[in-house]
Design a protein around this ligand. Structure first.
Ligand code: GDP
Ligand code: ZN
Length: 375
């Protein structure tokens, strides 16, 4: 007796984090836009203008990786960089023909997204998509800068994923307990893990966040030890979502964003170091990151208290009593101003775009009238 079992592509994709809700998003997209036969795939690496996606091989249970480019429609319709695929995204692709690239036709709605403001322009940059855990990495003793971590935390909370602060290089710190306690005060409600990627001390504490089929992203400045940590987590043998990959030899170095699969089955997105992290639409993330300050501020006499010279300011009372850190409160103000400034720039640009749109329409109407009434 033989059983005829057709392999379900969902089985192959499950180790990459695929589930019923992504599947229904995919089915909806395919139903809405009939066309070439498409397959679901996950973006596992990103190069300039080219992506590497992983999908079920021939509808079967094995995975294959292939290069992918954007469908013209997606390239043109994507008015913002935010709409383009990024590592961690689930996408619909027309699979590659032999020797060619796959074509990404759609990006599935993201469950979570870590978004920052792009440098030099008023635009969003999606650093990683569909992550469950954001590992914010800082190195002891020097880099464990509370102010920088507060920035990361605001964006991490905004992303929809759960942040964890990872302090590396504990082997170089002579007072780890104090450093961890100081970081805890800047990260209320967030787990803080201290480890050494060099000696391996404390690394097992990450097991609790790296579960099979769940996705974590490593974020932090360059030099904090992200690559060393990835290498340690990967162990001797570099596990890939598939064996086919042109660049899979030697020590792991991050030159671009990339998603790797750990022995535990967890998925880890590695990113290049970020020089600066500017906030992007993170009002609620900022509120969550500063929940302690927010809750004290609720006790101020005036609802619009700026916590400066107003009478009955609970925040200033808390600072004076040592219950709130004055520097942390100042940084909270600074980040709020940054978001307000960003919102203003966005409004200005939207207004300018609106003006140029109406100019285009006016011109078209003028041309039309001139043609109509000429001679
Ligand atoms: P990345 O830029 O964040 O990927 O940082 P790297 O992993 O390249 O590490 C930068 C430097 O720090 C390298 O020289 C590493 O050997 C060193 N390093 C990384 N992790 C540790 C650690 O836990 N302890 C010590 N002492 N050095 C580390
Ligand atoms: Zn106040």
């Amino acid at each position: 007796m033989s059983l005829d079992i057709t392999p379900d592509p969902s089985d192959a994709l499950r180790p990459l984090g695929w589930d019923a809700s992504f599947r229904s998003s995919f089915d909806e997209i395919v139903a809405r836009t009939p066309g070439a036969s498409r397959a679901p795939a996950r973006v596992v690496a990103q190069h300039r203008g080219r992506w590497i996606v992983a999908r079920a091989e021939g509808g079967g249970a094995a995975l294959r990786e292939e290069g992918a480019v954007l469908a013209g429609r997606l390239r043109h319709a994507a008015a913002t960089a935010e709409a383009l695929p990024t590592v961690g995204d689930w996408v619909a692709v027309v699979p590659a023909s032999p020797g060619g690239d796959a074509v990404v036709t759609d990006v599935l709605p993201r469950r979570t997204a870590f978004v920052r403001k792009a440098a030099y322009e008023v635009a969003a940059q999606v650093v990683a998509a569909n992550v469950d855990v954001v590992l914010i990495v800082a190195a002891l003793p020097a880099d464990a800068n509370a102010r920088r971590i507060e920035r990361y935390l605001a964006l991490a909370w905004e992303s929809g994923a759960t942040p964890v602060v990872v302090l590396t290089k504990v082997d170089l710190s002579d007072d780890r307990d104090r450093a961890v306690a100081a970081m805890r005060a800047s990260a209320p409600g967030v787990d803080v893990v201290a480890l050494s990627a060099l000696t391996g001390e404390g690394v097992s504490a990450l097991d609790g966040y790296l579960h099979a089929g769940r996705t974590a992203v490593l974020l932090g400045s360059s030099g904090v030890g992200k690559s060393t940590l990835v290498n340690r987590l990967l162990g001797q043998e570099r596990l890939r979502t598939s064996a086919v990959r042109e660049d899979g030899k030697g020590r792991h170095t991050t030159t671009h964003r990339e998603l790797v699969r750990l022995a535990s089955g967890a998925l880890l997105i590695d990113t290049p170091g970020m020089r600066e992290l500017q906030l992007w639409d993170a009002d609620s993330g900022l509120d969550t990151a500063f929940l302690d300050v927010e809750s004290v501020a609720r006790g101020c006499r005036f609802r619009d208290c700026r916590h400066q010279a107003e009478p009955g300011c609970a925040v200033r009372v808390a600072i004076a009593a040592g219950r709130l850190d004055g520097e942390r409160v100042n940084h909270w103000h600074k980040l709020q101003r940054e978001l307000a400034h960003l919102a203003m720039r966005q409004d200005e640009l939207a207004a300018a775009a609106e003006r140029s749109r109406s100019k285009v329409i006016e011109r078209a109407v003028r041309v039309h009238l001139r043609r109509k009434y000429r001679s």
